[in-house]
Design a protein around this ligand. Structure first.
Ligand code: PMP
Length: 390
């Protein structure tokens, strides 16, 4: 069978990094009790008030083809939200609705990169990034960050990587590290993007989950709105992962091309889902804070527990629903540690190596089980690490 090179090589022949997760899911399916701290899925479902709005919209007849760029009132709501929260004037022609953040990432790269171009991404990275860049026919180039810099990209490394590239994909608050980029990091990224004429694709799907510091978007830096595409989503902010609704905010000319792209790829997002998203956004910060609260609480639990030992190092966990733990003092790789934890302790975490070379010797812990189970799992994880390091 002849499969296009582009599709056949999405993972570049490498592992997709999901082996521990897949095995944990298989054990669960076979009846084992596993504490799953793997993927970024809330332990609560979509709030019933949002589901009621969705139901009402569907019953009200919003089940036909919806407007491809997105329903005007949802785009308007987002335009107002971005204007208010970022201070950057944004109107509906700066907004296109997409089926989730992932398809927005794909569309954004399709908008920025031609076949054979180079798209930068930061390592460690959300697992789909390199394949997303390959998916549009471009070449991913990793910008390595270091654990000892708190995984904040450094200007010299950015500058060296930027030579000849077309775009840079960043993500703050960050998955997998839980790091929020410092204002200086954002300014450095903008300087490099300006100097090398790069598009910035700014994945901000965790922008409502900031526990320390502040979320700063490169689009807010003077002069950068014309070369920045912001990717957003209802998945994390409103626990609507399965609804598949997200967006891109960008310059009007680019957005009009991305709308043409939507016509020939997704043909829009179901109207009743968009109505539910609009309803959810109009509930304001109160609902977002309710959805974010469990992660804020669990981060405190984790900090308290991790403060009591000195084998595992917590990377500053300032945002998103994850903790990145440096377990190198155990003498194990992230992968070996994760397998061991799964087999001996029935706790599933993601090896750092699943997110790139820069996170080797680390594990990512998703704070996605209820508080008591989370605390017990972390205690056992720490005990195991201490035993290995002894
Ligand atoms: N970006 C990041 C950093 C993510 O962690 C995720 C989901 N885990 C996405 C984008 C995609 O989210 P969705 O497609 O559900 O909006």
């Amino acid at each position: 069978m002849r499969v296009s090179h582009r599709i056949a090589n999405l993972t570049d022949g490498g592992s997709d990094g999901w082996e521990v997760f897949d095995h944990a899911r298989k054990l669960v399916a076979d009846g084992a009790e596993i504490t799953e701290l793997t993927i970024g899925e809330h332990d609560v479902g979509t709030d019933p008030v949002i589901l009621e709005a969705m139901h009402a919209a569907a019953m009200g007849g919003h089940t036909g083809y919806a407007s491809v760029p997105g329903i005007r009132t949802l785009r308007q709501t987002l335009a107002e939200r971005y204007t208010e929260r970022t201070g950057v004037p944004t109107d509906i022609d700066n907004v296109v609705i997409t089926p989730g953040g992932q398809s927005a990432l794909f569309a954004a790269h399709a908008g920025c990169c031609d076949t054979g171009d180079t798209g930068l991404h930061i390592d460690p990275y959300y697992a789909t990034y390199p394949a997303t860049i390959r998916g549009v026919g471009a070449h991913p180039r990793a910008v390595t960050t270091r654990s000892r810099d708190g995984f904040q990209p450094q200007k010299d490394v950015l500058n060296a990587a930027a030579e000849g590239a077309r775009s840079i994909l960043i993500n703050t608050p960050n998955n997998p590290t839980g790091v929020v980029y410092a204002p200086e990091t954002i300014r450095n990224i903008c300087d490099v993007a300006r100097d090398h004429d790069l598009w910035i694709i700014s994945d901000e799907v965790y922008d409502t989950q900031v526990w320390a510091g502040e979320h700063l978007s490169p689009r807010m830096i003077s002069g950068m709105a014309d070369q920045t595409l912001v990717v957003g989503s209802m998945s994390k902010s409103h626990a609507m992962t399965g609804s598949r609704v997200g967006w891109i905010i960008g310059p009007k000319e680019m957005i009009s091309h991305l709308i043409d792209l939507s016509t020939c790829t997704t043909y829009g997002v179901p109207g009743y889902i968009q109505d539910a998203a609009e309803f959810a956004l109009k509930q304001g910060r109160k609902l977002e804070e309710k959805i974010a609260a469990p992660f804020r609480r669990r981060r405190e639990i984790a900090k308290r527990l991790l403060d009591r030992q000195n084998v595992i190092k917590l990377i500053p966990a300032d945002g998103a629903m994850y903790l990145m733990l440096d377990i190198r003092a155990t003498g194990q790789s992230g992968e070996a540690f994760a397998w061991h934890l799964l087999e001996r302790e029935r706790i599933a975490v993601m090896p750092g190596e699943s997110f790139g070379k820069a996170a080797a010797g680390h594990i990512r812990v998703a704070m996605t089980v209820e508080d008591d189970a989370f605390e017990t799992a972390l205690q056992r994880l720490c005990a195991k690490a201490e035993e290995m390091a002894a």
